[in-house]
Design a protein around this ligand. Structure first.
Ligand SMILES: Cc1cc2nc3c(=O)[nH]c(=O)nc-3n(C[C@H](O)[C@H](O)[C@H](O)COP(=O)(O)OP(=O)(O)OC[C@H]3O[C@@H](n4cnc5c(N)ncnc54)[C@H](O)[C@@H]3O)c2cc1C
Length: 352
């Protein structure tokens, strides 16, 4: 009898599994590689919304927790996937500059916006209205983090690399039975894959497709991240990642020609040096109708939980939310009503 079954080893499932491991709980994790959102994510831990110069939801509280969490995970796994990355916002007008300074006057966001603007960050990136630096930014390599933890799970015998079949789950008086595995509880962390989960598919998770292109630009020599209408950041050697796109209508997993053309067009406006597109990746962000995570206990089945809805900034959010969910399950601490799925029960849940 395990304490937990976790379904999904994206950022959500991985953060939960690591917390449970540290707490000495027994578990197995199922993953079938059907969703890519965590693997293709840019990996930024950036507390500032760079379109509006506002602080992302609870980002000041989450940032420190996330940093400590990933550092601890690195030490545990003896791998390095977290590092500093300077991020600059290229301004497109005087008005944008003014908005930056106005935002920097607000106490909550002031610690994250440098008020000393810089005229240039790279000779191939013109910036008529200069650049503002976001402070306290860092980046994890999400793919490497997930692969490293999966390897660790595999070594321990805690990873099952197959599709979890919801129809084969039996609810028992003491917990659940899934094929030959008995467990007290199941936590579903399937990202956009929640649509195939008969227990939680009632939740209004919408999905938002995001794509990046990877370019080779030998002359660029850029060591920082730059955001204009798109983001560009170093991806090793003379490779750079450029993105991301947002689509609420296309729910297919594959990269598209339209996204590639959109990104190339915007990139030509940002960098003035030759480049070639060498790769393209896509993922479905598990975005929600109210832009908050969806976390908590099934309305009828008390041993079933979900930890989902990280439509954006999952890297920043997942370490805090996984802690909240475990405190809720193990210690009975109340969930923040903003994230608790019970906010959807009345309108969206219909008893089977
Ligand atoms: C292009 C792009 C760029 C992004 N950039 C950033 C960024 O810079 N910073 C940031 O914080 N966030 C970023 N995000 C958002 C981030 O990716 C998400 O917030 C987060 O990764 C979601 O993680 P998740 O674990 O909830 O879902 P997912 O990553 O989708 O993981 C779900 C997992 O469950 C598995 N699964 C599903 N169904 C089953 C089943 N039945 N059986 C077994 N396994 C199953 C899947 O294989 C998958 O591994 C980006 C997203 C995209 C698409």
């Amino acid at each position: 009898m395990k304490d937990y079954i976790i379904v999904g080893a994206g950022l959500s499932g991985t953060c939960l599994a690591y917390r449970l491991e540290k707490a000495g709980k027994s578990f197995v994790v199922f993953d079938d590689d059907s969703q890519e959102a965590s693997k293709v994510a840019g990996g930024f831990m950036n507390p500032v919304i760079l379109k509006r110069f506002t602080l992302a939801w609870k980002a000041d509280e989450q940032l420190e927790k996330a940093y400590t969490f990933y550092k601890d995970m690195e030490a545990h796994l003896k791998k390095t996937f977290l590092g500093p990355l300077e991020v600059y916002r290229r301004f497109s007008s005087i008005e944008e500059q003014n908005n930056w300074f106005a935002a920097a006057d607000k106490p909550k966001i002031a610690p994250f916006l440098d008020t000393k603007l810089v005229a240039s960050v790279n000779k191939h990136i013109p910036g008529k209205f200069s650049f503002g630096k976001v402070l306290k930014t860092s980046r994890i390599d999400p793919r490497y983090l997930l692969e490293s933890y999966s390897e660790h799970l595999q070594e321990k015998g805690w990873l099952v690399q197959e599709t979890f079949d919801h129809d084969a789950l039996q609810l028992t008086t003491s917990g659940v039975q899934y094929k030959n595995i008995g467990a007290k509880k199941v936590i579903f962390c399937e990202g956009f894959g929640i649509q195939k989960n008969s227990y939680f598919s009632y939740l209004p998770l919408r999905g938002n497709k995001g794509e990046y292109i990877i370019i080779k630009a030998p002359g660029l020599d850029l060591e920082v991240g730059v955001k204009s209408s798109i983001f560009i950041f170093p991806a090793g050697g003379d490779h750079y990642a450029v993105g991301a796109t947002y689509s609420n209508t296309d729910k297919t997993p594959e990269p598209t020609q339209a996204a590639r053309e959109e990104l190339v067009e915007k990139l030509k406006d940002l960098i003035k040096t030759d480049f070639e597109v060498v790769d393209q990746v896509a993922g479905l962000r598990p975005s929600t109708i109210d832009r908050r995570p969806m976390v908590g206990q099934h309305p009828d089945h008390k041993n079933l939980y979900t930890c989902n809805g990280f439509g954006s900034r999952g890297i920043l959010i997942a370490p805090s939310i996984s802690e909240e969910l475990i405190d809720f399950i193990e210690e009975g601490k109340e969930l923040d009503p903003e994230i608790d799925i019970s906010r959807f029960t009345r309108k969206w849940y219909k008893k089977a």
